[in-house]
Design a binder for this molecule. Structure first.
Ligand code: KIV
Ligand code: ZN
Length: 433
């Protein structure tokens, strides 16, 4: 049983139905080594790629897009190293991306030779501006490209029966594509792959560039979910980007609208403003009492690996992982948290003021919860002296000493660590008596 519960657990008084919630984890696909990697100033070298791959496996990703082998020799070689070096755990499936073009598909399938299991991910441009302006192709020609590419993948895969193959298809910029046309092409791909309930096709519907509020994406996904000709033979996948800053919300709403799978990157890395942040998405589920089936119990080490591999810093206020997210500077917050910790029982339902998650669940400690600066009140000061130095102050002393702390921080500025507070406390009360 989880110590977290979905919020709010009530139906609104003037509505007879409760708010929808997500009740199980989606299938996760990490694109850190593809969409994330292609968006870096300096794409990862082989050593960084391997380190990221191992971390993704350790976190629990079972599907990992490891590169774009027809576009990059580094990616091709990395796929070969993974396969030949037997670095892929038995329960992990690697995935590679390829455009819907014959020679590039051949090179892509070649990179996968000898894999136990693999997902070949084919995409082509389907939205109106791409069709008309970028490629000058008709709707029928675009469908023809997708179908002939899928048939080629099928033929190449059938020639390598020792590998368990899956197909993924993405109509690029799904959210900018007329829905009935997106449906037509997705149904045609499903048919061409010969998908059945036992041999599903992954249909991945990206917001290549996020351009609308999250409910619009959810509506588009729901429409596809309801209209796909062979829904029972399809894994319906999301691929939100974060151009409007709402990728997490879009993914959550689209999961409620019927999707099965989500593609994204750790800490929201990816093109422009990033892909959807899989850490936030997973931990949002966790704090609603749903097992995300990803392990972030040592989030600091995942963050360190991420920063090393991508050479990008994580923002100090990034949900769940940022340096400051378990830190309360304001006095009233500190006081409430101190009282919360005093009554919170181990494994009881988590009900802590200002902290949506127990820092210990992420391998982070309570020590950093209370920090003291000129905005802090007596609660934080009292908490630090009690937990770090075993000093329990009377209420009168708390008020008096926090005045001293405030004078000190007003004069000297900045933040006081527990040791600084202790030094001030001893200088004020112990050394003078
Ligand atoms: O954002 C996108 O559309 C993509 C596709 C290749 C899936 O990354
Ligand atoms: Zn993308």
């Amino acid at each position: 049983a989880s110590k977290y519960t979905a919020f709010p657990p009530i139906a609104l008084s003037d509505r007879r139905w409760p708010s929808q919630t997500i009740t199980r984890a989606p299938i996760w696909m990490s694109s850190d080594l593809r969409d994330g990697n292609q968006a870096l100033f300096e794409p990862m070298n082989a050593e960084r790629k391997m380190r990221m791959f191992r971390t993704l496996c350790a976190v629990g990703f079972k599907e990992i897009e490891v590169g774009f082998p027809s576009a990059s020799q580094t990616d091709f070689d990395f796929v070969r190293t993974l396969i030949e070096g037997k670095h892929i755990p038995d329960d992990v499936t690697i995935e590679v991306l390829a455009p819907a073009r014959g020679e590039l598909i051949r090179r892509t399938v070649e990179s996968l030779k000898g894999a136990r299991r693999a997902i070949v991910h084919i995409y082509n441009a389907t939205s109106k501006p791409f069709r008309e302006v970028v490629f000058g192709l008709s709707k029928a020609e675009i469908v023809g490209m997708a179908v002939s590419s899928v048939k080629l993948v099928r033929e190449l895969c059938d020639a390598q029966p020792d590998t368990e193959w899956m197909l993924e298809y993405s109509p690029e910029h799904f959210t900018g594509t007329e829905l009935d046309y997106a449906l037509e092409i997705c149904d045609a791909v499903t048919e061409a792959w010969g998908a059945t309930p036992a041999r599903k096709v992954i249909l991945n519907l990206p917001t290549t560039v996020e351009m609308a509020t999250p409910n619009v994406y959810a509506d588009q996904i729901e429409w596809m979910h309801r209209h796909l000709a062979r829904r029972d033979s399809v894994i319906l996948s999301l691929h939100p980007h974060n151009d409007r800053g709402t990728a997490v919300a879009a993914a959550e709403m689209a999961l409620m609208a019927g999707a099965d799978r989500v593609e994204g990157c750790l800490f929201g890395n990816g093109e422009r403003t990033g892909n959807v942040d899989l850490v936030t998405l997973a931990l949002n589920l966790y704090t609603q009492g749903v097992d995300p089936k990803l392990d972030f119990s040592d989030i600091n080490s995942v963050a360190r690996t991420f920063e090393y591999c991508t050479q990008l810093p994580i923002h100090p206020r990034h949900p769940y992982v940022g340096d400051l997210v378990f830190t309360a500077f304001s006095g009233s917050h500190q006081d409430a948290i101190r009282k919360g910790f005093a009554v919170q029982q181990q494994d009881a339902t988590w009900d802590m003021p200002y902290l949506p998650i127990d820092p210990a669940d992420l391998g982070r400690s309570y020590d950093s919860v209370i920090r003291v600066n000129s905005q802090s009140g007596k609660g934080g000061v009292a908490y630090l002296l009690e937990t770090e130095y075993g000093i329990t102050m009377s209420r009168r002393l708390q008020v008096e000493f926090s005045g001293e702390v405030q004078r000190h921080t007003d004069t000297h500025g900045g933040e006081m660590e527990a040791a600084d507070i202790w030094n001030l406390f001893s200088a004020t009360y112990l050394e003078t008596t």
